[in-house]
Ligand binder design. Structure first.
Ligand SMILES: [Zn+2]
Length: 470
């Protein structure tokens, strides 16, 4: 694991962003719990997505489909047959691996597994031949556990958008081109896990099925590739950390005419963050065939019926969250706390020894965009042992809470508290000092520049709303 990844994982655990699931029982591989800050961050990402692709557009509607569906859905979609990875097993220790992930990521091909690879667990070189392993989690509907009642946890959210295509189109009186959007839990029983939250067995997908007239699909495909990229850039990802990867024809999914991944430069290498697929009319035709329902679209102008083509931009919310953390993670070599202390009245600045120590320390700054930072404002009384300051700070805290996610932080020096905020991406730190009691104003410090200004408490809500663009 890279140094940077270790630091991010440590920060996530230490500050309540992400914990391993069931850690007190030794943890479960590839399952993660989002803590108090992580869940807020995740929620903010989802809200930005909804705002941009549903609220601000008039051609996209939102649905919330069920995780479990009729088992025939997965026959029609091709997932029962095709949603598999090649699995090999070490004959010595029985560890299982994805055949295509071995031999430095090169596909080893049928029958060649035992020649090229070494078991990372025991060093053994003798593997079974690859067999196809379906990545869907099986479960049963109702109390009888037999094949007739068997279904699957959805591995993507797309299928409920196809199965409901006609109902949504008719009830909302939508005209092509239009899209159906969904954010939802999806499940994949991954063989190879790792890289922190990157390859999880349970995750949220945000995706749009955008239905277009056949023939215009390539134009819309290009449109969605660039819309998706813009979204990432607007959330603060650096341009140089994004790139496109087009799937070679022979490696395309069974439903796809063209697929482009948007990859992010994670510390463990360029990896898929999101994808845009041209699913053609595959899904609607398949569901028509398997369900016996006519899922064609009736075009009033021409009086013709046809199966629309589907462009599907999709992204993993947790992958995006991880990319945003990686991009935002900044280390500042010593001195932010020291510099901060110079802005305080001399009687309250940090002592000489502490200052010298602070210079040597590495300070962490999480430069999350203001739209997604989990905590927007920190309220800090200059000292905790002056009841009148504490009382005033509490009042300010209560004043702001209805508008912004705030945190109230009392213990430790003011410099240390600034750093605690910087580390989790708090945008504005407000310090209530003795001047506040006289003039009813306070110091507002902006995270990225440490620039400070005095603001009247009566103007504070509007000031912050404007700064945060809320
Ligand atoms: Zn082994």
């Amino acid at each position: 694991m890279t140094d940077l990844m270790s630091k991010i994982i440590s920060l996530c655990k230490r500050r309540g962003f992400i914990f391993q699931s069931s850690e007190i029982y030794g943890g479960v591989e590839a399952l993660w719990d989002y803590g108090p800050l992580g869940s807020l961050l995740k929620n903010n990402i989802k809200e930005e997505w909804l705002k941009r692709f549903v609220q601000k557009r008039d051609d996209i509607v939102l649905i919330d489909g069920s995780v479990l569906m009729h088992p025939d859905v997965w026959k029609a979609s091709g997932h029962l047959e095709h949603f598999t990875d090649p699995l090999v097993e070490c004959k010595n220790c029985h560890s299982r691996y994805r055949a295509d992930y071995m031999a430095d990521g090169r596909f080893v091909g049928q029958g060649k597994a035992k020649l090229k690879n070494q078991c990372p667990q025991c060093g053994g070189r003798d593997f079974t031949l690859p067999r196809q392993f379906n990545l869907m989690f099986k479960t049963f509907l109702g109390p009888v556990e037999d094949e007739a009642h068997q279904t699957y946890l959805r591995p993507e959210t797309a299928q409920s958008m196809f199965a409901n295509f006609s109902q949504i189109q008719e009830s909302m009186r939508l005209k092509i081109p239009f899209g159906i959007a969904q954010i939802g839990r999806s499940f994949r029983n991954e063989i190879t896990t790792g890289n922190f939250t990157f390859r999880s067995r349970e995750f949220d997908i945000a995706e749009i099925e955008y239905f277009v007239k056949p023939g215009l699909d390539e134009k819309w495909f290009d449109f969605w590739v660039s819309e998706w990229e813009k979204f990432f850039l607007d959330l603060g990802l650096k341009k140089e950390n994004l790139r496109r990867y087009e799937h070679p024809k022979k490696a395309l999914s069974h439903y796809s005419k063209k697929t482009i991944d948007i990859e992010y430069k994670f510390p463990f290498g360029w990896s898929e963050l999101a994808g845009i697929a041209n699913r053609t009319d595959f899904d609607l035709k398949q569901h028509s065939k398997f369900s016996g329902r006519d899922l064609t679209y009736f075009e009033e102008d021409s009086g013709k019926k046809y199966f629309p083509y589907v462009i599907e931009p999709t992204l993993g919310i947790e992958r995006l969250l991880l990319a945003l953390l990686v991009d935002a993670y900044t280390e500042v070599k010593g001195g932010r706390a020291k510099r901060a202390s110079f802005l305080l009245p001399p009687s309250l600045s940090l002592g000489r020894t502490k200052t010298t120590k602070a210079v040597k320390e590495i300070e962490i700054l999480l430069k999350l965009d203001k739209k997604i930072a989990p905590i927007k404002v920190a309220v800090l009384p200059l000292v905790r042992n002056k009841p009148e300051l504490v009382k005033k700070a509490r009042e300010v805290y209560q004043l702001l809470k209805p508008y912004f996610f705030c945190q109230y932080d009392e213990p430790g020096s003011i410099g240390r508290r600034y750093r605690r905020g910087d580390e989790i991406g708090v945008l504005y730190a407000l310090t209530i000092d003795f001047e506040t009691l006289k003039n009813d104003d306070l110091t507002v410090r902006w995270r990225d520049t440490m620039k400070q200004e005095r603001v009247k408490i009566s103007d504070l809500v509007n000031f912050l709303k404007e700064k945060l663009n809320i």
